[in-house]
Write a new protein. Structure first.
Length: 287
């Protein structure tokens, strides 16, 4: 008896609305994230002032965001020992130099640089040789090459630690709005005979290189009013002209000390001189 042939069974799936997977969830999440970022930016623009927006812009440009406000009218919270004062006799009844706009600004800049240095070991090493000096017409921020970590020998190239310091300083300088002058200093080591380079050229080239870094880090070009070469004429260690500490870069901010306001004396009122009386001629007598 022949065996029955095997029956083949074909199952057909009915078309319907099955599960579409989770791809749409990823797209939706990306859309929500983008919208949230958009509203955050709109909220920041609407709720911050111009100074805060400038700080945020400097942060995205340099990666460094100063903490707090640099308004010149705000009193300084601390007066660190590194802030030096140039000697000049205070006038009786006038404010201390640390209470001037330059003194307050020096304290703020020092405080903020120290804050940044606490997160950056390389910047902290540079800050050990940075002095902020308050002058009668402003302040000077001076980086001294004690450890040979700022400048390459006989070269205008600035080393990475000094460039890092200048990029940290740039947002603080730009927010002061004060005119900026850059001074280059060298030691007294002479160049080889016949060299086309001199200490004057070297000090200028280093100051010019610092200018380029500050501008690239956000300092407006119109704020920089001078790039000045000092060569070896202003030695930091006069009794050792070849010392590394004589190699320095100075950034001067001109913040004029307000003049004392005095009430001018009111001049006395002097009456005009009396005019002589004019008498009419006597009438002729009638005879």
């Amino acid at each position: 008896m022949p065996e029955p042939s095997a029956r083949r069974i074909i199952k057909k799936k009915v078309a319907g609305h099955g599960h579409h997977g989770g791809a749409w969830k990823v797209a939706y999440a990306d859309f929500v994230t983008a919208m949230m970022a958009l509203f955050m930016v709109m909220w920041l623009l609407a709720s911050t002032d111009a100074a805060s927006r400038k700080e945020i812009s400097n942060y995205f440009r340099t990666g460094l965001l100063p903490i707090g406000d640099l308004a010149m009218g705000t009193a300084a919270q601390t007066t660190p020992s590194v802030v030096e004062v140039s000697a000049y006799p205070p006038e009786p009844g006038t404010e201390s130099i640390h209470d001037t706009p330059a003194g307050a600004m020096a304290s703020k800049i020092k405080s903020k640089l120290d804050k940044l240095a606490s997160y950056d070991d390389q910047l902290a090493k540079v800050m050990k040789n940075v002095k902020i000096m308050v002058k009668e017409d402003g302040l000077v921020i001076e980086a001294v090459d004690n450890d040979g970590m700022l400048f390459e020998v006989a070269s205008a190239n600035l080393k990475e630690p000094l460039e890092r310091f200048l990029r940290a300083l740039a947002p603080l300088v730009s927010m002061t709005g004060a005119p900026v002058e850059l001074y280059g200093h060298t030691d007294a080591r002479p160049f080889a005979k016949g060299s086309t380079m001199s200490n004057w050229d070297l000090s200028y080239a280093r100051a010019a290189a610092a200018r380029g870094i500050l501008e690239d880090a956000g300092v407006p070009a119109k704020m920089i009013t001078g790039v000045i070469a000092r060569g070896a004429t202003e030695l930091h260690v006069p009794n050792d002209p070849l010392a590394a500490a004589n190699r320095r870069l100075s950034v001067k901010l001109t913040i004029a000390r307000p003049a004392d306001t005095k009430v001018a004396a009111v001049p006395p009122i002097v009456p005009p001189p009396a005019q002589p009386a004019v008498t009419a001629p006597a009438a002729p007598a009638h005879h």
